[in-house]
Design a protein around this ligand. Sequence first.
Ligand code: SF4
Length: 459
Amino acid sequence: MVIPTPAAGVTAPKVGFVSLGCPKALVDSEQILTQLRAEGYQTAKSYDGADLVIVNTCGFIDAAVQESLDAIGEALAENGKVIVTGCLGAKKDAAGDDIITKVHPKVLAVTGPHAVTEVMESVHLHLPKPHDPFIDLVPDHGVKLTPKHYAYLKISEGCNHRCSFCIIPSMRGDLVSRRIDEVLLEAENLFKAGVKELLVISQDTSAYGVDVKFRTGFWNGRPIKTHMTQLVEALGQLARQHDAWVRLHYVYPYPHVDQAIPFMGDGHVLPYLDIPMQHAHPDVLKRMKRPASGEKNLERILNWRKMNPDLTIRSTFIAGFPGETEAEFEYLLDFLKEAQIDRLGCFAYSPVEGATANELANPVPEEVREERRARVMLLQEDISAKRLQAKVGKTLRVLVDEVGPREAIGRSAADAPEIDGVVHIKRPLVPGKQKLAVGQFADVVITKADAHDLWANPV
Ligand code: SF4
């Protein structure tokens, strides 16, 4: 695509952008940046060079709130014209007042998350858009903040659940699924632009389409349901055409997830499921008000592994949730021993302002929460080390993320970017062996493992 230059005499206004928070917030940032580009705004790399700054905030835990408030303070001090968006924008303090405007009354505007239109309205008000019909700088795949070879694909916004430790639904609202044709078109454009790994994200990927009663849409002239399994099948076909990967995040273990496992057979939909389980004991799950808490997770995991022995399961857990007894905690440890989760994160429970779990009886003292978290991580280190050790001697396909003078860094099907381990690939290369380039696949033989990472030689 030829990128036209602005007409002579037109100076595009510059917007600085600070993006904080999770991958879902990152996608919001990308959509705002795409819209800014579409309208002819430029982005500035420093506060100095910007005519206005947008800060996309996170409000999930107290540390994130503070980081967001500090970022807004810095942008105000360095630039002065600041628009705030994101999760913290929707958060109120105990008195019901907006947290942001109370601390930083000089901000120009505040919106909640997923508010591209409102953010753009504020930008138009405070930094009028340039009038140049030749400025249309948006590539078909939009503006991406991730490296060129992988991208997040957000399929829905919001969540219909009300987990007692979570305030996301109060900030992001109920589930709103994107149209399936739009999602698939975005995926196709990303693949065409060179993306080799697409990471499907949402608050609850398994629930995709529930809000629109699995409405039938059309893709390539064929009917297709707004449903997780049909989406996964279609994404797999696109990935195969472009020799790329699709990775599924935030999948709740509803029965229909079983139908997605066969699509993982040819390695384009990766045999990888990120299932945030949070606990194993039924009573704790009930207190957490978790979706799919009645499902038999252990049985389901063992069955999936039978269907695809290469399946990697990632999950997160909370230790020391209010009311968690030692027996309930030990039940979790026993579950982990049996389930043999490949990739696991464990957090000590931390109260989030506004969450109903704060009202639950028998809160667990902080040192016990921390101690239980450490016990989970100790057990997991052992499980992870053994599971990774079993890969030594195998040949795996990796996607190369970095190439340095001594080694390249890649990720296998079992490694999502940022959250899982990596594969260290030895360099310099022996002549005749594969060349390693960022954003390309390579086959490697695993030579060593620890509890997190693998080491390998190129084939
Ligand atoms: S499923 Fe639960 S934890 Fe996840 S966003 Fe919805 S309410 Fe929050």
